[in-house]
Design a protein around this ligand. Structure first.
Ligand code: C5J
Length: 223
């Protein structure tokens, strides 16, 4: 199959779809829907919904090309043996990880709120990585899956831009993967953090990755 080149910052980005995976980070009900963990922390969840349609378009184009699509979910075992005290007991939130919330226990695997939103639900056969941390490589088998499939490049979207997307891109970068980030496929509860995070990816000659828009990737995949 052909390679694709997309306009990007800081420079055009070329990738081979067969060696590229789309990685959608933490598009979970607890972060995005009303009544979830994100909103309980005082966040405006409507800001995250902006990433849904661009992610849908990206996934449709990637799936049509037979590309590897991987999803992640942040969360913990029901017994919480994988949840650091330092993560659970910080600040004074109304509800903490593991507490009962409107969609089940907050960020606990198997609970309704922990699952991926229906609009972006994984197709059968698409790997779903359950991660206890912010980065998708920490304490998961993501790297094993990518190496096994000879993946060298990641197209990364999801939430939130400055937390789990940034941490994952940094981890990937340090492992030798090139990352392309369609900015509109990412979102944050904080507009400023989102914008600055995108600039940080591409600064210093793509120190962490390349930044583009979803329509550029979709267009390249379709032509
Ligand atoms: C956060 C995430 N923001 N998926 N998680 O706590 O970015």
């Amino acid at each position: 199959m052909k390679t694709c080149t997309v306009p990007a910052l800081p420079e055009p980005f070329t990738f081979d779809p067969q060696q590229t995976a789309v990685l959608i980070i933490d598009m979970q009900r607890d972060f995005i829907e009303e009544g979830g963990f994100g909103q309980s922390l005082g966040n405006d969840v409507s800001l995250l919904k902006a990433a849904i349609a661009p992610c849908q378009a990206l996934l449709k184009a990637a799936r049509a090309q037979g590309m590897l699509v991987i999803h992640t979910r942040e969360g913990h075992r029901a017994d919480m043996h994988d949840a650091f005290e330092a993560k659970v007991h910080r600040g004074s939130p109304k509800v903490r990880i593991g507490d009962a919330g409107p969609m089940g226990r907050i960020l606990i695997r198997g609970e309704a709120g922990h699952d991926i939103i229906p609009d972006l639900y994984p197709l059968p056969g698409e790997p779903v990585i359950d991660k206890p941390g912010k980065g998708s490589f920490y304490a998961t088998d993501l790297e094993l899956i990518l190496r096994n499939r000879k993946i060298s490049t990641l197209i990364v979207g999801g939430v939130t831009t400055e937390v789990c997307v940034h941490t994952t891109v940094r981890e990937a970068n340090d492992r030798g993967f090139r990352c392309l980030i369609p900015g509109d496929c990412c979102a944050s509860y904080n507009r400023e953090f989102h914008a600055v995070s995108l600039r940080m990816f591409a600064a210093q000659s793509a120190i962490f990755g390349w930044v583009t828009e979803s329509h550029q990737v979709v267009n390249a995949l379709q032509h």
